[in-house]
Structures are given as structure tokens and as C-alpha cells.
Design a protein around this ligand. Structure first.
Ligand SMILES: Cc1cc2nc3c(=O)[nH]c(=O)nc-3n(C[C@H](O)[C@H](O)[C@H](O)COP(=O)(O)OP(=O)(O)OC[C@H]3O[C@@H](n4cnc5c(N)ncnc54)[C@H](O)[C@@H]3O)c2cc1C
Length: 387
């Protein structure tokens, strides 16, 4: 997967289309079959992880120099979209590997990147991102997790909340305040390992959707780490956290597009088969108009997502705006499309015998994490009003 790609939003390059086909093949055969079970049991879908790892789709964004596939931002978005079409929980494998490692890629030393990215690229380990806390969600700069310097070490204490893949991941980017008086300018980023003494995890959260993706608290109790585990300079952590989200909101948009595509595909098949009043319900104009709206919103979301992916790859100045817009638009569209898919299946859609109610529950999280959609609108408005 080469980095040189065209980002023509109107037509994908042959290479990007080939990536989509390859991911779809793996997901249809080896990821989709585990989706219902992951939802029912709440267990991490290890078989999906193994299938994605075998095909090198578990962390496709890791650059070639660190042993990765070197997928550009658009190719990574396509991978996440296609995995989400089959199983939203599994799509958090490539998505959160990117989220967890992006601070390193943006601000880490070469030595730190080499040490921590290589095992992610090989699939030996996963990487999580620890920003949120019980009392610091939308207002992430209000975090109280503290890092105190002690000779050649930092000592971390605090609680991180809602951490995706916590317990399964081996490595964690942890944001902590090194100077509580300086608020966002006093926050620094660190790599913490699961095996560091003092690291432990809360019970898995009981969630509405993405049930196969573990979400747990991460407890840091006098966790003593070498000073060279700081990512970038002291006090630059909050900036790194926000720059990370600029890039990874594009991947949440891609996840939303994938979930919505899965629901539309299922609903299209269903309305062609289901008969009422002596004909297929697809023959009723009321049903056709719903499908048309679903398809229209989905394609608009996809195009905005790919346009944002191009900006992520190039590091354009308007990425902050596009990342927020793509995430907000695509997740709102996914919520509408999956809800309409349930409607098109009637009573059957409301049962767990059909996959669309799972897709509707899974879509909801895309409006909440990596900044709620209210926060995305704040980000967009700020960009529009600056200057
Ligand atoms: C399943 C799941 C996985 C997650 N994974 C991770 C992860 O891996 N790493 C991580 O760090 N975090 C993660 N999160 C945390 C997630 O990013 C936060 O839940 C989210 O940012 C919202 O914070 P909060 O839950 O504290 O809500 P709050 O900030 O308390 O918000 C509550 C409501 O108030 C609204 N609101 C808040 N401030 C404003 C404002 N200024 N204007 C208008 N409305 C506002 C919000 O939009 C929301 O509707 C995850 C969350 C979930 C549920």
C-alpha cells in the first residue's frame, strides 16, 4: 500500500479499490460471521483480530519504516469502513490502533516510535488512547491524572475512563498533567505499558452497542516509568491529543459510513424479498423514497469522509474543520440510516434475529466518542469564525 495516492473524491484510484475488495473478502468470510456472537457475549472478537492480522489490516496505517503496511489515510479509512460494514466492534481494532499510536507518529522520538510501533505493526500487541476521565470528558483539559518527575522517572497517578480495548491492549498513550496550574499547557503525553507495576483495569462497561469492543477504566497507582517514555516535550501533550483527534475523527467517520452501508445493504435485500399486499414491499413508493434518502445521505457522508482523509494524508491546514465535519455528518447520517433500516424491516427489524438493530445500536457511539457531535459543532464554528 503506497503512500503516493490520488485523493480524487469522485473516483478512487485502482489501488484503493483493490484494497476495498481485499478487505471486503476477508471481512465477509472471517469477520462478519463473528459479529452477532461478539454482540451477544460482549467478548472481544479474537477470531476477527486474527483474520485482520493475517491479512495485515489490523493496523494498516503504521509506516513501512516501522514494519507496517504504510497505508495512507484514505486506504486506512477504507479498511475501517469495510470492517465496520461487517462488524462495528471489530472495526475498533484498526481504528484504535491508529488512535493510540497517532501521538507517537505526530510527536514521538524515532527511538520511541521504533520501540512501540514495530510490535503493533506485526500484530503482536494493540495500542489504546487514554484521554478521558470520570470528571473530564468534553472538557478534557480538566483532567486530574498527575505525573510527577522523580529523577530519571515520572510517577503517574489517576483514573482514565472509557478506554477502548483497555486490558486487551499492551500499550497506552496516557495524557497527564505535569503542571496543574497551566491547564491545557501543563499536560504531557506518555507511553504506559500494561505490565508497568501499578497499572490495573476496571470492570468492562455494560454498553448499548459495540459490545465486542472492551471499554474499561485504567487505574494508575504510582506507576513509575522512565523519563524517555514522554511523547514530545513536557507541556505539549494536549496539543498532541487534539492533533491526533483531527486525524482520527476521519476514521470514526469511516466507521459510521461502514455501519450505515451494512444496514442499507441488508435493508435493500430485505425489501426485495418481503411481500405485503401481494407484492414486494420494494414496489411501494414510500419504501423506495426511504431507500433513496438512505443512499443519498450515505454517499454524501462517504465523499466528505474521503475528502477529509485526503486532508489528513497531506496535513492540510483545514483538517481540523474537515475532520470534525466528516465525523459529525457521517455519524448523524449513520444514526438516521440504521434507524430507517430497522423501520424497513418492520417488527423483524426490532428483533435480534436480524442484524439491523445491532447496527443501529452500534451507530450511536459514533455520535459520542472522539468528541460528541455537539463538540464537533463547536470545533467547526470556531474554525469558521476565526480570523
Ligand atoms: C464506548 C466508548 C468508548 C470510548 N473510548 C475512549 C477512548 O478509547 N479513549 C478516551 O480517551 N475516551 C474514550 N471515550 C470517551 C468519550 O470520548 C467521551 O465519552 C466523550 O468525549 C464525552 O465525554 P463525557 O462522556 O464525559 O460527556 P460530557 O462531556 O459530560 O457531555 C455530556 C453531554 O453534554 C454535552 N456538552 C458538554 N459540553 C458541551 C458544550 N460546551 N456545549 C454543548 N454541549 C456540551 C455533550 O455533547 C453531551 O451531550 C469513549 C466513550 C465511550 C462511551
Amino acid at each position: 500500500m503506497a503512500a503516493e495516492q490520488s485523493f480524487d473524491a469522485y473516483r478512487l484510484s485502482e489501488e484503493h479499490e483493490a484494497i476495498r475488495e481485499a478487505v471486503r473478502e476477508v471481512c465477509t468470510a472471517k469477520v462478519a460471521p463473528n459479529a452477532t456472537e461478539a454482540d451477544e457475549t460482549g467478548e472481544f472478537p479474537k477470531a476477527s483480530y486474527d483474520a485482520l492480522r493475517a491479512a495485515d489490516f489490523h493496523a494498516p496505517h503504521v509506516p513501512v519504516e516501522y514494519g507496517g503496511a504504510g497505508a495512507d489515510a484514505l486506504a486506512t479509512a477504507i479498511v475501517i469502513e469495510e470492517v465496520a460494514r461487517a462488524c462495528a466492534s471489530s472495526s475498533l481494532i484498526p481504528a484504535v490502533n491508529k488512535l493510540g499510536t497517532m501521538p507517537l507518529l505526530l510527536a514521538g522520538s524515532d527511538e520511541l516510535k521504533r520501540r512501540y510501533l514495530t510490535p503493533v505493526a506485526s500484530g503482536e500487541v494493540m495500542f489504546s488512547y487514554c484521554l478521558s476521565e470520570p470528571e473530564a470528558g468534553s472538557d478534557a483539559a480538566a483532567m486530574t491524572t498527575r505525573a510527577v518527575r522523580d529523577g530519571d522517572h515520572w510517577v503517574l497517578n489517576g483514573v482514565k475512563r472509557w478506554i477502548t480495548n483497555a486490558g486487551v491492549s499492551e500499550f497506552y498513550t496516557v495524557f497527564a498533567t505535569t503542571d496543574p496550574t497551566a491547564r491545557s499547557r501543563g499536560i504531557s503525553a506518555f507511553v504506559v505499558e500494561k505490565s508497568d507495576p501499578g497499572v490495573s483495569f476496571g470492570a468492562p462497561e455494560k454498553k448499548l452497542g459495540i459490545k465486542g469492543s472492551p471499554t474499561r477504566e485504567v487505574y494508575l497507582d504510582n506507576v513509575r516509568i522512565p523519563a524517555d517514555r514522554m511523547i514530545g516535550a513536557e507541556g505539549t501533550g494536549f496539543g498532541t491529543a487534539m492533533r491526533t483527534l483531527d486525524h482520527t475523527r476521519v476514521t470514526i467517520a469511516a466507521q459510521a459510513v461502514g455501519i450505515a452501508q451494512g444496514a442499507l445493504d441488508y435493508a435493500r435485500g430485505y425489501v426485495a424479498e418481503r411481500r405485503q399486499f401481494g407484492k414486494a414491499i420494494a414496489e411501494f413508493q414510500g419504501v423506495q423514497f426511504m431507500l433513496a434518502d438512505m443512499g443519498m445521505k450515505l454517499e454524501a457522508a462517504r465523499q466528505l469522509t474521503y475528502a477529509a482523509a485526503g486532508r489528513s494524508e497531506r496535513g492540510d491546514a483545514d483538517l481540523t474543520y474537515f475532520g470534525a465535519a466528516a465525523k459529525c455528518f457521517a455519524s448523524d447520517a449513520a444514526m438516521e440510516i440504521t434507524t430507517d433500516a430497522v423501520q424497513l424491516l418492520g417488527g423483524y427489524g426490532y428483533t435480534r434475529d436480524y442484524p439491523v438493530e445491532r447496527m443501529m445500536r452500534d451507530a450511536k457511539i459514533t455520535q459520542i466518542y472522539e468528541g460528541t457531535n455537539q463538540v464537533q459543532r463547536i470545533v467547526m464554528a470556531r474554525q469558521l469564525l476565526k480570523d
